[in-house]
Design a protein around this ligand. Structure first.
Ligand SMILES: Nc1ncnc2c1ncn2[C@@H]1O[C@H](COP(=O)(O)OP(=O)(O)OP(=O)(O)O)[C@@H](O)[C@H]1O
Length: 256
């Protein structure tokens, strides 16, 4: 077992279930996230990855035990979970489109000493675009804003949901590089479909299938097993590392 995996978990999820509009979307799921590195949460479309993240955050009705650094958070409202040090980068980015990049970042600042230097170092492009309205940024740039909003505070864990979805290959690489840098400062639970990105970033993977965890362990062990990848994810680990990406990186990232 690697040193990283032997570290005490930062997040423990035990018998977690989640419901949306009375329908069970997460069923009795248990897994751990180590206190260092990237853990990828994988599974076919619609299996409940986003709903698992939302259940952890209390964004949907849930039951089960969730502990952060040994402290139960499953009875807390979302804002208290965030105050405990859980950063969230949602699937649809959710930047404020009519506000500037700088305003988006300022609104996210929670700490007395926001980590502006880190954000500027990780995302120099955002520094140049600080006066630009976020709604006019490309999808990749909006993803950087969303990541920067989570990184500006000192968090104990980041929950990052499909950060490369719909981005062009070059932008996928940039987002992956930013995540790799971020992972040096904070553990990350990452929902991601792009196997190339998972291979690059994740030390550990947790796979959801049929409502259950069917694999939890070394990323390399799963990624080197073509038959299991096909069975669990329904995809090949294709030679073209970017085959999951949309060829267009447009300014269509969601805004509000
Ligand atoms: N707001 C909602 N109302 C009703 N059903 C929902 C809602 N959101 C999600 N679901 C259902 O919950 C199930 C799990 O969805 P979820 O988005 O968690 O899956 P996922 O694994 O993240 O999928 P994907 O990889 O496609 O993003 C799906 O069957 C989905 O249709």
């Amino acid at each position: 077992m690697s040193e990283q995996q032997s570290a005490a978990p930062i997040l423990t999820v035990s018998r977690l279930s989640g419901r949306i509009a009375g329908q069970q979307v997460v069923e009795d799921v248990s897994f751990e996230v180590p206190a260092v590195g990237v853990t990828a949460l994988l599974g076919r479309n619609g299996v409940g990855k986003t709903s698992t993240i939302k259940s952890i955050l209390g964004l949907i009705e849930r039951t089960g035990d969730v502990t952060l650094g040994g402290v139960r958070i499953d009875r807390m409202p979302t804002h208290r979970i965030v105050q405990q040090g859980v950063g969230y980068v949602p699937e649809d980015r959710e930047v404020f489109g009519s506000l500037t990049v700088a305003e988006n970042l300022r609104l996210a600042e929670r700490d007395d000493h926001p980590r502006r230097d880190l954000v500027e170092q990780l995302f120099p492009d955002l520094l140049e675009r600080r006066a630009q309205r976020a709604g006019t940024l490309s999808g990749g740039q909006q993803q950087m804003v969303s990541l920067a909003r989570a990184l500006i505070n000192e968090n104990r864990l980041l929950l990052v949901d499909e950060p490369t979805k719909g981005l062009a290959p070059r932008i996928v690489d940039e987002v992956a590089t930013a995540l790799a840098e971020a992972a040096r400062t904070v553990p990350i639970l990452l929902v991601e479909q792009n196997l190339h990105v998972i291979r690059r970033l994740a030390e550990r993977v947790v796979v959801l299938s049929g409502g259950r965890i069917v694999f939890a362990g070394d990323a390399a062990e799963l990624l080197d097993d073509e038959a299991r990848i096909q069975r669990y994810l329904g995809v090949h680990d294709a030679a073209d590392p970017h085959d999951a990406a949309d060829p267009h990186d447009t300014a269509e990232g969601s805004t509000r």
